[in-house]
Design a protein around this ligand. Sequence first.
Ligand code: MN
Length: 197
Amino acid sequence: MIFTLPPLPYAMDALEPLMSQQTIEYHYGKHLQTYVDNLNRLTEGTPYSDFSLEQIILVATGPVFNNAAQVWNHTFYFEQLSPSPRPLAEGALVDAVIRDFGSLEGLKNEIIRASTALFGSGWVWLVCDRRDHLAILPLQNAGNPLTHNLTPLLAVDVWEHAYYIDYRNRRADSVGALWDRIDWTVVSERFCRMMRK
Ligand code: MN
C-alpha cells in the first residue's frame, strides 16, 4: 500500500484571512506531504505496508507511529474546516456539549485553555468515551485518541507550524480563529457515527 496525500477539501486560499494561503501551502503542502513521504519510506517492504493508518497507529511506536499518526491527524484536521462552516445544529452533539461544558462557548474556552497549557508541540482533541461523555484530551507530539480507546471528534493542531506564519507566538488567537472555520456538520457526523457503533 502506498500512502497518499489526502485531498484538501477546499482551495489553498479558501480559509483567508483567518488562515492564510501561505500557512496552508506549508502546513498541507509541505508538512503533511513530508509525513506521507516519511511513512512510505519507513514502511516500504515491511508488514506495515499492508496495514491501514488506523492499524499502524494502534500497534506501532517510534517514527512509524509518529508519521502515521501525523498523516491521520492532519487529514482529520483539514476535513473539519470549511470556508463556509455550518453551525452546530440541534441534536445529540449539542445536548452532549451543554451537558459536559455548559455551552458551546464553554467548550471553546476549555479548548483554548488546554491549547495554551500544552507544553511544546501537540494536539488538543475533543473526544468521546464509550459512555458518550465528551472530554478535552491534550496530547503531545503526534498523539492520537485512538490509542487511548477514545473517539476523536475535533482536532486542534497546536504545533507552531500550524499558526506561526499568521499568528507568531499568539497560540490562543490562532485557536480562536480556527474555531470560526470549524464545520460543525462534520463534527456532528463524527459523533453520530460513533453513537451508531
Ligand atoms: Mn500540523
